[in-house]
Design a protein around this ligand. Structure first.
Ligand code: TYD
Ligand code: MG
Length: 433
């Protein structure tokens, strides 16, 4: 085989250079040149295009039924949109140690699968496999980092699923750059993608997340795959939340909840109950029913307020949008007359959920009020509703579904835009001074 040539392409302006340059001579950006295979130099690209392809009328095309492989792990099937789609490429991204390898090894064990490890030896994987108590007799393991060898080995057999752990360890010898570099990540992912589409085998790619919180390697990796899933959670806590940031075969609002246990990643079937275990009722605590895809999940909002010791008051939140918190605090001061001007305010969403919907506004405000007045909100109270800048409470989606979940778990007192029209009124209902 003729040696392929590589070129360096600027990711900003597409300037091409035969060698690596720190600064692009064309657009003056730094560190934007990425090694790529020079496809114009290879003979195949120069060959004629072949016969002209014929477009077909969409109305005359027949649709093959989409048969999904059920993993029987409901929390994963739901996030995938109902199971694994053959021939799809799924990227699973997450911090080191969060449980990506564990989860995908457990999933692979359910199918005729090939698990490629570029990070661990076969012995290490076997150890984990035994620890997980898995007994699959149709799971194959290969410790290999050369992507061309990987796809060749995967073509030797008829697998349903191939797992690649991880994309940062994969290389193709046609590029000179190191494993994990933008060029290698992009090219090896492209080859795995081609393999999946050619063979109809579902490919799971594990991707490490960098310190900046993005999937290492270029954004193009996210464009290339069909589904991007994130596995998140605090390394020192057991809960792991699986969510889809992109899905060509399903919705992206669904989440899966897992717990990292001695037996690997176990499903949490009743997340509301789990998120509320260990809850103590003290000033600053209230429960909110939020919507995660098709489910309502109850979680606790905790607030802590302290007089500011010097300088500007601090407002911090974990699991809740920082800017939104600022807006809510300003609204509480102006519209409900709550003295927060000189208070440091901290918000925490228990259980590690990240709340994106404004429906949690009211609960955040009430938790803050409860803390600053040092008054407990009764244990069986939930609050939900969007808070406007005028201090009004606004209707939210699927209130009934949320209340049903709250009733199921024994809550009796509901503060909603139906029971109070303004934030001030809601504070009065929650906190009886
Ligand atoms: P791992 O799947 O290796 O994480 P990743 O691939 O995302 O880097 O999981 C690593 C952690 O999980 C490790 O600290 C040990 C822990 N663990 C368990 O708690 N239970 C288990 O059954 C297994 C296999 C791992
Ligand atoms: Mg791993």
């Amino acid at each position: 085989m003729a040696k392929t040539t590589t070129i360096y392409i600027c990711q900003q302006c597409s300037y091409q250079s035969p060698q690596y340059l720190g600064k692009c001579p064309n657009c003056s950006s730094w560190n934007t040149l990425v090694e790529s295979i020079d496809r114009t130099a290879s003979s195949s690209a120069k060959a004629s295009l072949g016969p002209v392809p014929k477009p077909v009328k969409l109305s005359e095309t027949t649709q093959k039924p989409l048969v999904r492989l059920k993993t029987k792990v409901d929390e994963l099937d739901r996030v995938l949109g109902g199971g694994i789609v053959p021939g799809s490429v799924v990227l699973l991204a997450g911090d080191p140690g969060i449980g990506k390898s564990t989860l995908l090894l457990q999933i692979a064990a359910k199918f005729k699968a090939l698990y490629i490890s570029g990070e661990e030896s076969v012995e290490q994987i076997k150890l984990r496999f035994n620890r997980l108590g898995e007994k699959s007799s149709h799971l194959f393991i290969l410790a290999e980092t050369n992507v061309d060898q990987v796809t060749a080995a995967a073509r030797e057999n008829t697998f349903e699923v191939v797992v690649v752990d991880s994309i940062q360890t994969m290389i193709t010898e046609e590029l000179n750059s190191a494993a994990g570099s933008v060029g290698q990540v992009r090219e090896t992912a492209y080859r795995l993608h081609r393999f999946a589409k050619d063979t109809g085998v579902a490919v799971f790619i594990i991707g490490q997340v960098t310190k900046e919180g993005t999937v290492a390697g270029p954004k193009v990796l996210e464009h290339l795959v069909d589904t991007v899933m994130h596995l998140e959670g605090e390394a020192h806590h057991a809960f792991r939340i699986l969510s889809a940031a992109k899905n060509r075969f399903g919705p992206i609002e669904e989440i899966g909840v897992f717990e990292m246990s001695e037996a690997g990643m176990t499903e949490v079937k009743n997340p509301s109950k789990q998120f509320l275990t260990g809850r103590i009722v003290a000033p600053g605590s209230i429960v909110v029913p939020i919507l995660e895809g098709s489910r309502s999940v109850l979680t606790e909002i905790q607030a802590l307020t302290n007089p500011t010791s010097f300088g500007l008051p601090v407002r911090r939140s974990l699991g809740f949008d920082q800017n939104r918190l600022q807006l809510l605090v300003a609204t509480m001061i102006k519209r409900a007359g709550i003295p927060l001007q000189n208070q440091d305010i901290f918000i925490n969403v228990a259980g590690g959920l990240k709340i994106a919907e404004p429906a949690a506004d009211l609960a955040v405000c009430l938790a803050i009020a409860s803390s600053v007045f040092d008054k407990v909100i009764s244990k069986d109270t939930i609050a939900v509703g969007e808070v406007g800048l005028l201090g009004e409470l606004r209707e939210i989606r699927f209130l009934d579904k949320r209340l049903d979940e709250a009733k199921r778990l024994g809550f009796k007192n509901f503060i909603t835009p139906k029971s109070a029209k303004t934030l001030k009124e809601a504070v009065g209902l929650a906190i009886r001074k």
